[in-house]
Design a protein around this ligand. Structure first.
Ligand code: TXA
Ligand code: MG
Length: 339
C-alpha cells in the first residue's frame, strides 16, 4: 500500500491523513502503536482496555509497578478519568496542549494496570499535530510510555522506534523528529496545596511556579523510590533509566577539551568548537551555537548514534546550569550512571 513501509515486522505509516486513519483504526481494534509527540515517541494503546495496556508492558519489557501517562485530546475528557483541582485548570490553560504531565487523583474507570494500582493517574494533552489528529480520530484515552525498551534511551524519531522495537511492534506513525527530544515535565498535583516536580522536562519549575503562584518542590521520581522499595532495583541503579551501552564520563560545562587529558575514544561538547582539537579522538557537539533547545533536541539522537558506533568510553560536556540545561543534565547524569 502507498505510504507504508515494512521493516522487520513493523509498518511505518506516514504522518498524513491515510497514516493517521490507519493507526487510529489499529488503536480502536486494541492494537499497540508507536506515535510521535513533541517530547518523544510514545508506545500507545487504549488506556481503558486492560488487555491492550498489558501488551504495552510486554513490548517494552517494563515492570508492572511503573505507571503510564494517559494522553487525551480535549480538556472536557479529563473529568472522566481524574478529579480536577483548580490548580490543574490553571496549568492546563497555560501549558496544554504541551510538554507537561500532571499527576491527579484518579477516577475508578482507569484500570489499575495503568496506574500500577496507585490512587493517582498521570495525564497529558500533547501538542504534536499528528498525535492530536490520532487522539481526535480514535476518540480514545491513550496510555503511552516512551517507545523504548525499558531502561534504554527514549526515541525521538520513527527510525529510533524501528531500531529498538521494530521486531516487537506492528506499527509506528512517522511524525518526523520530536521538537523537544526530552520527556515531558511531570508535576504532582495529587495534593494541590503542595505541588512537586517528579521529573524535570521542557517546562521549567520556575515557569510552573510563576503560573501557579506558589512554590513547587522537587521530588525524586515515584519510579525511583518505588523500585528501590520493592527491591527490583538496588539503590543507585535506577538512575540508569536512560542508559545507552556506551560508558559515559561527564565533564563540567566549559572544560578545556584542548588541554584536559581524557581517557576516551570520543568527546561530545555542548557547543561546536571554533577549531577541532588535534587529538586522536572523535569530536561531536550537542548544538552548533550553544542553544539549549537545539542541544535538548539532539541529545537522545546522539546517545543512540554513539551506541551504534560501538564506542566503549565517551566524555560528554554537561549543559550550562539552569532551565532546560538542568533537564539535559538530569538525563546526562542518568545516562552516565553505572549499574
Ligand atoms: O514526554 C513524555 O512524558 C512521554 C510521551 C510519550 O508522553 N512519555 C513518557 O512516559 O515519558 P514514561 O512512561 O516513559 O515516563 C512516565 C513517567 C514514569 O517515570 C512513571 O513512573 C511516571 O511518569 N508516572 C506515571 N504515572 C504516575 C503516577 N500516577 N504517579 C507518579 N508518577 C507517575
Ligand atoms: Mg520512559
Amino acid at each position: 500500500m502507498q505510504g507504508i513501509e515494512r521493516y522487520m515486522s513493523i509498518c511505518i505509516h506516514r504522518g498524513n491523513a491515510d497514516g493517521i486513519k490507519a493507526v487510529a483504526e489499529l488503536l480502536i481494534s486494541g492494537e499497540v502503536v508507536a506515535l510521535p509527540t513533541e517530547t518523544v515517541y510514545g508506545l500507545a494503546a487504549n488506556a481503558l482496555d486492560e488487555e491492550s495496556v498489558r501488551r504495552i508492558f510486554e513490548i517494552k519489557m517494563r515492570p508492572l509497578i511503573d505507571p503510564l501517562i494517559v494522553h487525551f485530546y480535549d480538556l472536557n475528557q479529563l473529568e472522566k478519568i481524574a478529579f480536577i483541582p483548580p490548580e490543574a485548570i490553571t496549568l492546563a490553560e497555560h501549558f496544554w496542549p504541551g510538554a507537561l504531565t500532571i499527576v491527579l487523583n484518579k477516577r475508578p474507570i482507569v484500570p489499575d494496570l495503568v496506574t500500577a494500582s496507585r490512587e493517582t493517574v498521570a495525564v497529558r494533552m500533547p501538542a504534536k499535530p499528528e498525535m492530536r489528529e490520532v487522539l481526535n480520530r480514535c476518540g480514545l484515552y491513550l496510555a503511552a510510555p516512551s517507545a523504548n525498551p525499558f531502561g534504554y534511551v527514549s526515541p525521538t524519531s520513527a527510525q529510533h522506534v524501528v531500531d529498538s522495537l521494530g521486531d516487537r511492534l506492528d506499527a509506528v506513525l512517522d511524525g518526523g523528529p520530536c521538537e523537544f527530544g526530552l520527556e515531558s515535565t511531570i508535576i504532582n498535583l495529587s495534593h494541590p496545596e503542595s505541588p512537586s516536580i517528579l521529573r524535570k522536562g521542557p517546562i521549567a519549575a520556575e515557569s510552573l511556579e510563576e503560573v501557579l503562584g506558589r512554590e513547587v518542590a522537587q521530588e525524586s521520581s515515584v519510579l525511583d523510590s518505588e523500585m528501590r522499595k520493592s527491591g527490583l532495583i538496588a539503590p543507585g541503579t535506577l538512575s540508569k533509566h536512560y542508559s545507552p551501552r556506551t560508558q559515559i564520563q561527564l565533564q563540567p560545562n566549559g572544560f578545556n577539551a584542548l588541554r584536559d587529558k581524557l581517557d576516551c575514544e570520543a568527546i561530545v561538547l555542548f557547543q561546536r568548537p571554533t577549531e577541532i582539537p588535534h587529538q586522536n579522538k572523535q569530536f561531536y557537539w550537542l548544538s552548533e551555537t550553544g542553544n539549549l533547545a537545539e542541544a535538548g533536541k539532539n541529545l537522545f539522537k546522539l546517545l543512540r548514534n554513539l551506541d551504534k558506533k560501538g564506542l566503549q568510553k565517551v566524555s560528554i560536556e554537561m549543559a550550562p546550569a539552569g532551565g532546560l540545561g538542568d533537564t539535559i543534565n538530569d538525563r546526562l547524569i542518568r545516562a552516565a550512571a553505572k549499574s
